[in-house]
Write a protein that binds this ligand. Structure first.
Ligand code: OVV
Length: 402
């Protein structure tokens, strides 16, 4: 048992307000302590260097997801919602379900959404320029995905208002049973029930992403219950992540105005700028895995059954991997970041999220000269996500759009 190597032990709490208010300097401490560290407060392992986070993501046989990707071990404790059959699953189940959602979210399916996204983005950009003083978190980051994503899934107007409370529940659940967890879970049974009602075939339009999932059931690729669970995964994973990515991008553009000018000069880099914001801010900060057989990281033995925390956000700023890691550079080669994961569990909705980001940022670039922060943005504290509750902005308009 690790006789020849000393195990770095840290007493950080990655789910405390303090840590979440300024996670990045804490990530540096974790990376410097060693390839793998022991977080004594929770009795879990953690990795923060890019090479180790990436290696753990790629090795799904040693580091499984079916015991949960939060701190809760499903083999010991019953989760508050039935486990996701894609996120909280291993092959062969995850292989089959990932394939279904990958087809539903294929490039061809995404192409058909472009016009609707562009129309909504144009209207939103015109609206915020007209108003001048806005909350970027509400009026841009929440407004856009909350409109276009449920539309794309094929949800009716009634019922979708439950989605923010549901997302808050899902992403706080991955953390420990702290106050934030308790608060988010207060209404869990009612919220889950309302969301499952949206995952019935009879509840959705015949032409959206949800209909595509039910078509996979018709083709014999999954049961009806599994189709409903995959629609639930779309609703769980597709909204808060994108909302926070857009909020993070806005804060980056406000803090690095010269980078916003580069996007304005060449809106074709909007998509890369969005991806760079995901690297720099890492809207999904962390996920766990569970050790499924004895393995070593950097010569340290991890015991079967242990929980291992992956600091995706730390990997995304590891100076061993990135030059000027804390700098927002809209033309950086972002390909190696792990903000969307890596390996078999890599985000299946990545291209949809990037389509939303690209179109929204492109529309803003044609109208907005500068995003001016009129006060410090306030963080939205969450056990998994980094995002903003408020981004007080003055919008400085370009000349008239051509
Ligand atoms: C990636 C992600 C986040 C949250 C929930 C799910 C997936 C799910 O499949 O339920």
């Amino acid at each position: 048992m690790n006789a020849s190597r000393s195990v770095p032990v840290l007493d950080l709490d990655p789910f405390s307000d303090d840590f979440l208010a300024e996670p990045f300097s804490r990530h540096a401490l974790i990376r410097e302590a060693g390839p793998v560290v022991w977080l004594e407060r929770y009795g879990v392992w953690a990795v923060g260097r890019h090479s180790d986070v990436f290696a753990v993501l790629m090795d799904w046989e040693s580091f499984i997801s079916s015991a949960g990707v939060g701190i809760t071990d499903f083999r010991v404790q019953t989760p508050p919602r039935p486990p996701s059959i894609i996120l909280e699953a291993d092959p062969p189940l995850q292989t089959r379900t990932h394939k279904i959602l990958a087809r539903v979210l294929s490039p061809a399916a995404l192409r058909s959404m472009r016009v609707a996204f562009e129309t909504e983005a144009e209207q939103l950009a015109a609206r915020i320029v007209e108003r001048g003083t806005i909350d970027g978190a509400e009026d841009i980051a929440r407004a856009f995905p909350l409109q276009v994503f449920p539309d794309a899934v094929g949800l009716p107007d009634e019922g979708r208002e439950i989605l923010p409370a549901y997302g808050n529940m899902v992403f706080n659940f991955f953390g420990p049973h702290n106050e934030r967890f308790e608060h988010a879970m207060a209404n869990a049974p009612a919220v889950s029930k309302a969301v499952m009602a949206l995952c019935e075939r009879s509840a959705v339009t015949p032409d959206g992403l949800a209909a595509g999932v039910f078509a996979a059931h018709d083709a014999g690729e999954c049961s009806y219950a599994e189709a409903g669970m995959l629609v639930r995964s779309l609703l769980s994973a597709g909204l808060d992540t994108t909302v926070n990515s857009i909020a993070c991008a806005l804060v980056c553009f406000a803090r690095f105005p010269e980078q916003w000018n580069r996007v304005r000069a060449d809106p074709s880099i909007a998509r890369n700028a969005f991806d760079e914001a995901v690297r720099l801010e890492s809207p999904v900060q962390t996920f766990f895995r569970t050790v499924a057989k004895p393995v070593t990281i950097g010569g340290i033995e991890l015991e079967d059954g242990a929980k291992l925390l992956m600091f995706l956000a730390s990997a995304n700023r590891d100076p061993r991997k990135w030059s000027d890691p804390d700098t927002f550079d809209v033309t950086r080669k972002t390909g190696a970041h792990v903000g969307f994961g890596a390996g078999i569990h890599r985000c299946v909705g990545e291209m949809l999220s990037k389509l939303e980001g690209e179109i929204l940022i492109g529309a803003l670039a044609r109208r907005v000269a500068r995003f001016e922060l009129t006060a410090e943005p306030t963080l939205n504290y969450n056990n998994t996500l980094r995002g903003y509750a408020q981004i007080p902005l003055t919008i400085h308009a370009n000349g008239k759009p051509t």
